[in-house]
Design a protein. Sequence first.
Length: 329
Amino acid sequence: MQNNIHSMMLGTGVAIPEKILTNLDLEKIVDTNDEWIRERTGIKVRHVADDKLQNSDLASEAARNALADARMNAEDIDTIIVATVTGDVTFPSTACYVQQKIGAVKAAAFDIQATCSGFLFALSIADGFIASGKSKNTLIVGSELLTRIVDWKDRSTCVLFGDAAGAAVISSANGDGRGVLGTFIKTDGSLGHLLWMPGGGTRFPADVAVSENLNNIKMEGPEVFKAAVTAMGDAATHILDKTGLTPDDIKLLIPHQANTRIINATAKRLKLPEEKVYVNIQEYGNTSAASIPVALHEAKGRGLLEPGDACLMVAFGGGFTWGSAIVRV
Ligand code: UT7
């Protein structure tokens, strides 16, 4: 450990379903159009998992790819954290299935549920586990099959979401200055009703949920939009202050991909030029907990982040939850 850096990101990986749903395809399902979706959100296409695929299949594929990138075996992992709102079943956790599917026989595994901020919550927990000595190698995964829980009759939500998984191996820092420089996570539970899926839990069990159409995402878009712009800007400035960095020190901003207008507002507040902001919403839509690790992996693959570069990640989601992190990759 050096300079209070406890953990570092050794590898990343993704899993993206092949099938694509375009805006034109959606025009045949609901009263929408390509122009509205692109202008109001930035989305052109989203990926959709085949019916037989489970969340844990996608999460395991991303996990295996992250392990390969980290040059590590599944047996080296002692903790698995899966961030998701679309787990395979109510219990056990999706992380349990991932543990079995990848053969991480020495790992304790659990899910966390922090909606679109889930990956940053998982990163914050992993960093804390490593700092306290509870873990040496933690696998964190953001994995979602959101197309399974949208209301295909509701144009205000069904055009927004997609399926994907992204994973990262977080290990003890090696003292070379790279690693997690800081994390910040926050919640305001009073606003949960503005973005939620009411059905399927104990409050509205599955049979009630189906008969009353509660088994899908409900969102007050404009309210969520306003809160996201404020919270993501606040979270970004907070973590810059906490780590003593300025926007000039940041090589790349990786924001949660919910809407290009939210991303642009966040970048504007930080006075970051376009080339320092990673946007891939046009290709995936909103993939909730998967959006940041997918973007991070892509940005690395495209050479936009070299070893030692500082990457600022920021997210906002239902709950409300929000958070940020700065990692020297
Ligand atoms: O990931 C977690 C956090 N999630 C977010 O951050 C999402 C935040 N919210 C948003 O990104 C935006 O609010 C949306 C993209 C969801 C909606 O965009 P908006 O600019 O806030 O639109 P709106 O809800 O105010 O609706 C404007 C109009 C309405 O029509 P009228 O009442 O003006 O006639 C809607 O009915 O657009 C209509 N509309 C649509 N039109 C065509 C809503 N959805 C669609 C659609 N196609 N898919």
